[in-house]
Design a protein around this ligand. Sequence first.
Ligand code: PMP
Length: 425
Amino acid sequence: MPFTANRAFRESPRMLSTAEGMYYKNVDGHKILDGCSGLWCVNAGHGNAKITEAIKKQLDQLSYAPAFQIGYGIAFDFADRLAELFPGDLNHVFFTNSGSESVDTALKIARAYHRAAGNPEKVKLIGRERAYHGVNFGGISVGGILNNRQRFGPLLPEVDHLPHTHDLNKNAFSKGQPENGAEKADRLLDLIALHGAPNIAAVIVEPMAGSTGVLIPPRGYLGRLREICSQHDILLIFDEVITAFGRLGDSCAASRFDIQPDMITTAKGLTNGAVPMGAVMISDQIHNALMTGPENMIELFHGYTYSGHPLACAAGLATLDVYAEEDLFKRAREMEPYLEQAVHGLSHHNCVIDIRNYGMVAAIELAPLAENPGVRAFSVFQKAFDAGLLVRTTGDTIALSPPLIITKQQIDFVVNTLDGILATI
Ligand code: PMP
């Protein structure tokens, strides 16, 4: 099983059977409120009838076709809708099957772009400490998590990392964005001084890091990164596998923070998790540079058997309709202050060392047990599951990212359940 303590799971398995709206049911028929949208993906809630119907209809029409040198309408329709949704000139889409594939695709496109633009020496990729960019070799190389890297090396060469932005000493219990981001982004200047801008292809960051504990970008950080990248002809990639499709109360973090990246990687909420799919949004400039050379040449020698899978496109188109019809991005924005207030109400517990929130995301960080980091939060996960609440834990942080349809009463249930469990620690 993925990212699972397999031997322990065999002893005490947690098994789900069905899901509807905000709730899973386990095999004993008990309801479990989904406090993390599955894995940050079921933004419109479970079992949405419109999405289900669209997939069924597509199954009857065309369940698979190769996308190499052949096209079918639904993939282009979906690409057009995505180009409308994402900001600025991110008008081009490359379809993948996951967040990890989106990341590796974007890193390859960054290098191919600079080559096409006449700068073949621009190959270095800059990631960040405490970054999660999926599990493929590109992603774990630019990512910044020891456990994801240490048994799988050697990793991709020509990679370096920015420091992470999290500062428990200064920013603990800050609501929304902490202060003083610009100076943290200036650390990119150190890497430019070390490697030389003519050797650097791209910087990739999660605008809000999710899987490593919900790290909210400090004010000014993303803007300053954009400024430095533009000055030095370095592409800026936002990994929005988690943050797109309403999670932060807008179509994507780039829109919410009003910063224009050159590429956005995404997945998860793209299809409401109903069919696996990822996508890379690509700027006009990158697209146009790649569209060079003889007419019959393959401009980007890259792709997957299931790129633009018809069932995923059907799920994705219906998902975008549901987001729009139910106005879920706005709903997330309107519910944000309620979630903020509720979750910060847990700050009185002695074991809690930080609480962070932004959009429909919140994190409660526990003081780790010195000899056993991660164990405390995992015990909260287990107790919450038994009490009918699914949360995600990463290290000693409990992350909340409920479907955007969550009600105030359900937020109260989440926080009251955690309140009771934290009182026992
Ligand atoms: N990038 C980010 C920012 C993610 O949060 C994730 C998944 N949590 C991924 C990439 C990888 O996505 P997947 O698991 O679909 O490969």
